[in-house]
Design a protein. Structure first.
Length: 285
């Protein structure tokens, strides 16, 4: 079990303090990130106390334990699952060889593209969900939304750490670009189409956390098997957070459907217009 240094400027369990150059580069990127969070993160909730879970430790099987922190004090950090000694590559041309601690030259641009594309989706979803706090159906939903948002912000940190630590100057430039592209921006949109669609209602949010986060989970699951060990360890930890996002989606969609069925029964109808008038989401929708 490796403990997380929560006192550091950037909380981490990667011994950031021992690599001054990397630490400085990331500390340089941090204000740009916080700026982005202010401008593009959940709007108008800065002053409110929302209690959130935050990682305080992580072990090899990927379990995280959490403490509580009000949102303005949330500390985004760099958390990797513990190293598995003697881990081997599980498939492909290099099957059976030791996993890589550095990116081999011939795969560098492929890895960079994968990491940048993954990293781009994380802040994109925060941008998409920026205004949802204003129409939250309940305080419970509001908390879940913010929990998902801060964790997607942390996933951006996870990818930026890899870019900074393993891809030199190219990586640092890509990390800056991740804060320049914005969801739905005409000039600099996010890389994947679905992350440029507007998300202005909670049904979309529940559908997003049900389906898109599930898609994301399988993407992360394949990264977790990567021959590039730091990527595998990073994503193994992210998966512990992703589980909660899917829970939000599943229970959200479930509650919407349950209410619809209750009203259908009460009014003894499946007429779309009648149900909509009664304030529930009809099933064909
Ligand atoms: Fe994520
Ligand atoms: Fe997620």
């Amino acid at each position: 079990m490796s403990n997380i240094d929560l006192q550091a400027l950037i909380p981490n369990n990667v011994h950031l303090g021992e690599n001054r150059q990397l630490q400085r580069a990331l500390e340089h990127w941090q204000p740009a990130f916080l700026n982005w969070w202010d401008e593009m993160g959940p709007s108008d909730f800065k002053a409110k106390e929302v209690y959130l879970r935050t990682a305080v430790g992580v072990d090899a099987s990927g379990w995280a334990s959490y403490g509580y922190t009000p949102m303005p004090d949330y500390r985004w950090g760099i958390f990797l699952a513990d190293k598995e000694e003697g881990r081997k590559i599980g498939f492909g041309d290099h099957m059976g060889e030791d996993v890589w601690q550095e990116v081999p030259g011939e795969y560098r641009s492929t890895f960079r593209r994968l990491i940048v594309t993954q990293g781009d989706t994380e802040p994109a979803s925060v941008e998409q969900q920026r205004l949802l706090g204003h129409t939250a159906p309940s305080l419970y939903d509001l908390r879940n939304l913010f929990q998902v948002n801060v964790e997607e912000g942390r996933h951006l940190w996870a990818m930026v750490y890899l870019l900074h630590a393993y891809f030199g100057r190219d990586g640092r430039e890509e990390a800056e670009e991740l804060l320049m592209r914005h969801s739905g921006d005409a000039d600099k949109p996010r890389i994947l189409g679905t992350f440029n669609e507007p998300m202005d209602n909670w049904l979309s949010f529940f559908m997003f956390t049900y389906f898109t986060d599930r898609d994301g989970k399988f993407q992360l699951k394949s990264f977790a098997e990567s021959a590039f060990d730091p990527l595998a360890r990073t994503t193994r930890f992210m998966l512990t957070e992703e589980a909660h996002h899917m829970f939000v989606g599943e229970t959200g969609v479930g509650r919407v459907i349950k209410r619809t069925l209750e009203v259908m029964k009460e009014l003894d109808t499946d007429d779309v217009a009648t149900l909509r008038k009664a304030g529930v989401v009809d099933l064909p929708t």
